[in-house]
Design a binder for this molecule. Structure first.
Ligand code: 5BU
Length: 264
């Protein structure tokens, strides 16, 4: 199936190269799953990648939570990940002024050199997007920024007014891939989609086949419902990496997401 047929307006209205790349990979793998690879050791990460690599379109990392991280092991990991035809997404949630965010993309983790996507809050104003895009340009690479318009955790402070401002600034920003929406609440998500329109992506954490409350204020909604409500990518962590059989589980999430996309 051709991505333009599957994605419709999202394909035609997207201007950022990374958006088209994601939509193409999703079609090739018939999966809208981004694995939140929240493992604390390098061996745990390698193991998880090998199990679920074939079933996911993107791999989300928290590079700063790994106990035995080293630059060498990490670059080996990124090489291995890319062999599975997927995007690497560092969920760094940048929030500082533009020039500092640009510098934070370098530093010890050198996120600019291996990430395709990063998250950012827009709390400091729109220049953060230019800062992050400049960092990718500094190393001759391209990337896309996902702005936090909603969060999945209970009691978060991203009010509807705040979300509206993020969307208003984000939809007109060339470097923005799209928005993080709350995958646990399809009705909030549908509202977000109507505000965003078709030109930007919505990626959603807070998704699990077992819906309801998670640990420490996390909330979960159903993967198919999230996609039907307007999500373009379901971010799934423990639903996959804590399963007895992560590969079988990843496949199940992939099938649910793909079926919902075709239905949408
Ligand atoms: P879980 O195990 O499926 O709950 O993992 C969710 C992941 O998504 C985890 O890596 C969080 O950092 C990430 N996340 C989230 O849960 N909620 C949010 O609003 C954002 C990110 Br933004």
């Amino acid at each position: 199936m051709q991505p333009e047929d599957v994605w419709g307006n999202r394909w035609h209205e997207s201007t950022l190269a990374m958006a088209k790349r994601y939509m193409t990979v999703a079609c090739e793998k018939q999966s809208l799953v981004c694995l939140a690879a929240d493992r604390n050791t390098m061996s745990g990460l390698f193991e998880l990648l090998e199990q679920v690599g074939p079933h996911i379109a993107a791999l989300k990392t928290h590079v700063d939570l790994i106990d035995d991280w080293s630059a060498e092991k990490w670059s080996e990991f990124c090489v291995a990940a890319k062999q599975y035809n997927l995007l690497i997404f560092e969920d760094r949630k940048f929030a500082d002024i533009g020039k500092i965010s640009r510098s934070q993309m370098a530093g010890i983790y050198d996120i600019r050199s291996w990430s395709n996507i990063v998250t950012a809050h827009l709390i400091s104003g729109p220049d953060i997007v230019d800062g992050l895009q400049s960092a990718w340009q500094d190393v001759g690479r391209e990337g896309g920024v996902l702005l936090l318009a909603q969060m999945s955790s209970r009691g978060n402070l991203l009010s509807v007014d705040y979300c509206d401002s993020v969307v208003a600034k984000g939809v007109v920003s060339a470097g923005v891939l799209g928005f993080i929406g709350n995958g646990s609440r399809p009705e909030e998500l549908a509202e977000l989609r109507s505000k965003v329109g078709d030109s930007k992506m919505i990626w959603t954490p807070g998704v699990n086949l077992a819906t309801g409350d998670g640990e420490m204020g996390q909330r979960y909604g159903d993967p198919g419902d999230a996609v039907l409500a307007g999500s373009d990518c379901i971010i799934v962590g423990s639903g996959i990496h804590r399963a007895d059989n992560p590969a079988a589980m990843a496949k199940q999430y992939a099938e649910a997401s793909w079926k919902a996309l075709l239905e949408r």
